[in-house]
Design a protein around this ligand. Structure first.
Ligand code: PMT
Length: 312
């Protein structure tokens, strides 16, 4: 009998750019595996649930992709090659620093007809240069691959394809599942082809449970990898118990618990042996430090210990 997650794949078609992405992933992973690199998959941003095939309306997930985009920069600094699997148009590493008008405000325009030039203001150079230098290093050396999803079904197809490529890395693969994945959806065979019309009265939309991919991911697809999932709650009293439930159920290595309201300054690491908090002090926040810097260095330390154990 097909499991819940197998049924999901058999009833949802892959996204149109799926084969292109699969080739890119295979090439990227083979090249870096030959060099014995450590690799991280970061999932980032929220998935959508379409309510029509020709989608005008959809259910969305709140995530901006801040956690994933910031973490990608720190993993690159720690020497990991990085697959950044993100929601289209959510935040991306490096460019995230220049959202809105920030980038335009760093530039001066010298209009001289065909000899018009654009220069970066001196204070802009101080901001841009270190970020541009890290961006170029990652890009020019082919150390980061960007792939994107929009719907929960895109996410499913892409995540499995990434795992198929990561399996060859064994314990050197780290999965850092920070995306906010829809827990509820409307199956493809139950949504209309065209835009719903209000003349038909209020629609009766029946949401169903999305299968948790962590189950096949941990037990079948990448059984040797170091898998980190995230748990978001809004009620602090259940955060640790829900995180531990997830760890017990899926048998992966680490759950990073966070509260919606305090996720920028505090997280809790729940491991098979214990739990401990990572908190940014007021001073660290004031100095512009990001919590992802300490999350990533702690995850990396745990992953390196795990690799050592696997070797013996
Ligand atoms: O992007 P930001 O605004 O910075 O916010 C970051 C964040 C709060 C989104 C992030 O830190 C976070 O907590 N992400 C997980 C949020 C979540 O909703 O998790 P969940 O309870 O739906 O799922 C738990 C884990 O199971 C996740 O790692 C998820 O990848 C995985 N999952 C979820 C659904 C599903 N069908 N299959 C899965 O494997």
């Amino acid at each position: 009998m097909a499991t819940h997650w197998e049924e999901f794949y058999s009833s949802h078609l892959p996204p149109i750019d799926f084969e292109d992405n699969r080739k890119l992933l295979q090439e990227f992973c083979e090249r870096h595996n030959e060099n014995n690199e450590k690799i991280v998959l970061i999932t980032s941003g929220g998935t959508t649930v379409p309510l029509e095939h020709n989608t005008v309306r959809f259910v969305d997930n709140f995530s901006a992709g801040t956690r994933g985009a910031a973490s990608a920069e720190y993993f690159l600094e720690h020497g990991y090659v990085t697959i950044f699997m993100h929601r289209l148009k959510s935040l991306e590493p490096f460019t995230r620093h220049f959202n809105g008008q920030k980038f335009m405000d760093m530039l001066d325009l010298n209009e001289r007809g065909p000899n018009t030039t654009i220069t970066v203001r001196p204070d802009g150079v101080d901001v841009l240069a270190p970020i541009l230098s890290r961006y170029k290093a990652a890009q020019d050396n082919g150390r980061i691959l960007y792939v994107n999803f929009t719907t929960v079904s895109d996410y499913f197809w892409l995540l499995r394809a990434v795992c198929e490529c990561l399996a060859q890395f064994g314990a050197r693969a780290l999965l850092y599942l920070a995306a906010a994945v829809s827990d509820f959806y409307v199956p493809a065979n139950q949504i209309p082809t065209h835009k719903m019309q209000s003349g038909g009265g209020p629609p009766n939309i029946q949401l169903q449970l999305v299968p948790k991919l962590l189950a096949p991911l941990v037990s079948l697809w990448v059984p040797l990898a170091f898998v980190v999932s995230f748990k978001l709650e809004t009620d602090e009293s259940i955060l640790i118990s829900k995180s531990r439930d997830a760890l017990n159920k899926y048998k992966h290595k680490l759950v990073v618990g966070n509260m919606l309201q305090t996720r920028r300054t505090k997280v809790v690491f729940v491991t098979p042996d214990n739990n401990y908090e990572l908190i940014l002090s007021r001073e660290q926040v004031h100095n512009g430090m990001e919590i992802e810097e300490i999350i990533v260095s702690n995850v990396v330390a745990n992953h390196l210990d795990y690799i050592k154990i696997q070797k013996y």
